[in-house]
Structures are given as C-alpha cells and as structure tokens.
Design a protein around this ligand. Structure first.
Ligand SMILES: [Zn+2]
Length: 345
C-alpha cells in the first residue's frame, strides 16, 4: 500500500513542471510542507512491519530526495525567469562594451622616437623644467646679449639672485648640461620633455611644446656619426626611401651646426601646402657639440667630441598625422583625441 502511494506520487512529481512561483509554492506545501505528503508517508512508515521497513526504507528516502530536487530545480529556473522579466532586466542583451582610452598623439610620437633611439643604445634622461641661467643658457655657450635670454622669449620666475636668473627651461638642451656635469663620457642619451617660450598662442606657435634632445659624446665622434644616426632615425620613423638633407645653420651650443630636412612625407617631394611646394620639410636642428660646452661641463674637449640634436615632438606629429593647428594638442577635445585610438598603440 505504501509502495503503491510512493509509485503514484513519484509519477506525479516527475510529470510536474511550472514556471509560476505560486504553483511551485503549492507543490512545496503539498509534498514538502509540515503537513505534506512526505510527512504523512514517513508517519505511515513508522507503523509497517520490520521486514517491510527494510525494503521500503531506501525507496522512501529516494522519493523524498526526488521531491526536494524537483522543487530546487524549478525554484532556480523561476528565479532566473523573474530577473529577466519582472525587473525589466534582459540578460540576453549583449553587455556594454569597454570604453577603450586613447593615447595622446604626442605621447604616441614620443614613444616611437624613444623606441627608435633605444635600438641605437640611447638611454632616456630627464631634468627639471625650472632651470637656472647656467644650465639653460651660460653652460650652453649663449652669449650674454643673445636674444633668447630676452624677456620676450623666456618665462622668468626670478631675475637675479644667488644663482642668477631662474626660468622655465626654453629647451631640453639644459638636460645635456646636467648629464655631462654628473657623469663621465661616453654619453648616449635622448631627453624628452616639455619646454616653454613666451610666445603668443596661435595655430603655429604655443607657449609650451615638447622636445626630444639627443646627445652622443665619446672619443672620435664625427659629423658622419651624426648623419648616419639621424638618417637611420628618419628611415625608421617615416619609412625607407625618405630622403634627408642638411643645411648649415647656427646654434650657440654646436659648431658646426645644421638643420635637417626630410623629403615631404605628404607629397613625397612633388610639392604641397605642408612643404610650401618645396618638397622638403625641416624636422630638427643638430651639430657637433661646441668644445666650449664640453669644457663648461668639465669634459676634456681635446679628448672627447660629440654631437647633439633637438626636435619638436609637435612638428614630428604634425608630419605624421597632418595636424595643422598646434592648439589641438592641448585643448583636450575628446573628438580630436579619440581619432588616435588605433594608431600606433
Ligand atoms: Zn609636400
């Protein structure tokens, strides 16, 4: 009799299914409740003969587990169904994608420049943005009357005083001086950093910009080494076949000095707005370190020679990305910056 009841209820449980929470609760009360069927059956079981108990015990336990498992499974299913409908949350919708940040175009270019020179053994050196007169001008062989010292070009923080004028550095060449003062040759380093000039802000000029300075000092360093190093740099940065040319120039801290042009990356030499229809664009200044600068930094200029170069990162980025207005680099316009999401990352 008890066996018959169990068989009958087992079939009922196996056939039962619902996604409705009320119906499931009815099921729980009917079978698993304190006055439910399982309770009744266990009560009946107490009265059966010892022989029957032996054979029925296992069946009874399996029956109880079946009812509990059924309830648990349907409950979990109905909870999932609840969150997907009642709360208005649809778990089948695709998730929100990550907003991938973008690197600033100047950071991209700076990193690429550093990587190229790293391959040639140049390490990265840095120095302070607030400099004294010695490191920014005097040690670099700037004559007293040089116009770069003038108030119109330099942001002075303090005029005069114990160590002379204090100013925002006007170039990263000041890091050369600090590096040579602090060590012994050979030096092979590049020095990226922000520099400041007292200029009116326009599409073509800004009161701050970024430079990468390079310095190589050792025995027997020649202008041929300078040309070969910069030629390699240009081929790596703008691709093989990019032409270079050197024009004589003047900087206080190099002798001889030159400006380096590359064949226009946009028109490939045919002439366009970027190169003012000349087919060439200037990208950096360079030269052999003036012996006076080596002596100022306690380096024996009879024994050692070196070359130095400096370029504006904005200028390089300009040619790489054709960004015509310098102000875009510092205006933090997300529409501008987001364009560089996939380039060079
Ligand atoms: Zn051109």
């Amino acid at each position: 009799m008890l066996q018959d009841k169990i068989t009958q209820y087992t079939a009922e449980i196996n056939a039962f299914s619902t996604a409705n929470a009320d119906e499931l609760e009815q099921f729980r009360i009917k079978f698993l409740g304190t006055k439910g069927i399982i309770k009744d059956i266990f009560d009946e079981f107490k009265a059966v003969s010892p022989e029957e108990k032996r054979s029925l015990g296992k069946v009874l336990n399996e029956f109880k587990q079946l009812a509990e498992a059924k309830y648990q499974t349907l409950k979990e299913q109905s909870e999932v169904a609840d969150t997907s409908t009642d709360s208005g949350l649809d778990l089948t919708l695709p998730g929100e994608g990550f907003e991938v940040g973008s690197r600033h175009p100047l950071a991209l270019v700076r990193r690429e420049i550093i990587e190229i020179f790293n391959k040639l053994g140049f390490v990265v050196a840095e120095g302070p943005e607030i400099e004294d007169d010695w490191h920014n001008f005097s040690a670099l062989n700037f004559p007293e009357e040089h116009p770069a010292r003038d108030m119109q070009d330099t942001f002075f923080i303090r005029k005069g005083g114990e160590n002379g004028d204090i100013a925002l550095r006007t170039h990263t060449s000041s890091v050369q001086v600090r590096m040579m003062e602090a060590g012994k040759p050979p030096f092979r380093a590049i020095m990226p950093g922000r520099v400041y000039r007292n200029e009116a802000i326009s599409a073509r000029a800004h009161c701050f910009f970024h430079q990468v300075e390079g310095l190589y000092v050792d025995e027997n360093v020649s202008f041929a080494d300078l040309k070969q190093t910069l030629f390699y740099f240009v081929q790596e940065l703008y691709g093989e076949g990019t032409k270079v040319r050197f024009r004589p120039s003047y900087f206080p801290f190099t002798e001889p000095s030159a400006e380096m042009d590359i064949s226009c990356t946009i028109c490939k030499g045919d002439g366009c707005q970027m190169c003012k229809h000349s087919g060439w664009v200037e990208i950096l200044g360079c030269g052999m370190v003036d012996p006076n600068v080596l002596d100022n930094c306690n380096i024996d200029s009879k024994k050692y020679s070196g070359f130095a170069f400096g370029m504006g990162i904005e200028r390089i980025a300009n040619l790489k990305f054709e960004i015509k207005d310098l102000r875009l680099f510092s205006e933090n316009d997300a529409r501008f910056l987001k364009q560089y999401k996939t380039s060079l990352i």
